[in-house]
Design a protein around this ligand. Structure first.
Ligand SMILES: [Zn+2]
Length: 175
């Protein structure tokens, strides 16, 4: 995952100062790509900055899950991938350069990245909201009671943004 500069913070886990507090984390590929052996990637996986197809039968779109941050103008962003139906994948291709495409109704997708802070998020149902030409779709968690949906609705504090950074920075370390 990579992030954007927001400002440094003193970490409550290691006690050191980290130079950036990212407001954005993005993943370059759907999780499903990791299940394809390295030597078969070229043959089986089509991957661009915005789309991914595996074996010509699994279809993914890259999008953004926005979470408002209290007192901060810019939202927190998870840049992640959703699996979508072949029909919706084709439809989004047809509309790629079509002005007004944001009028499209939202459609279903299934998260295909591991946001481990929220437990098991693989195949978490999403609503995919098409954005104006040039912008990635926005994803919202479909279940209004899921912690991600609650955060997307109510927003999070800057302290929570720091908690997220600490969990990601120190993932897998024993405390
Ligand atoms: Zn730290």
């Amino acid at each position: 995952m990579d992030g954007e500069v927001f400002g440094g913070f003193v970490c409550t886990v290691c006690g050191e100062r980290h130079d950036v507090l990212p407001l954005k984390y993005s993943v370059k590929a759907p999780q499903a790509v990791l299940t394809v052996p390295q030597e078969q990637i070229e043959e089986r996986v089509l991957l661009t900055a915005d789309q991914c197809v595996i074996d010509n039968q699994q279809f993914f779109l890259r999008g953004r899950m926005l979470i408002p941050v209290h007192g901060v103008d810019a939202p927190f962003v998870w840049g992640v991938w959703a699996e979508v139906s072949p029909k919706n994948f084709i439809r989004s291709n047809e509309l790629w350069h079509v002005p007004g495409r944001e009028q499209e109704p939202s459609f279903a997708g299934w998260l295909n990245n591991d946001l481990f802070l929220f437990g098991d998020t693989i195949n978490l149902e999403l609503n995919v909201h098409t954005q104006p030409v040039g912008e990635r779709p926005r994803f919202t968690a479909a279940d209004p009671n899921h912690p991600l949906a609650i955060q997307q609705r109510d927003g999070i504090s800057i302290e929570t943004v720091q908690d997220i950074a600490e969990m990601i920075l120190h993932r897998g370390e024993s405390r």
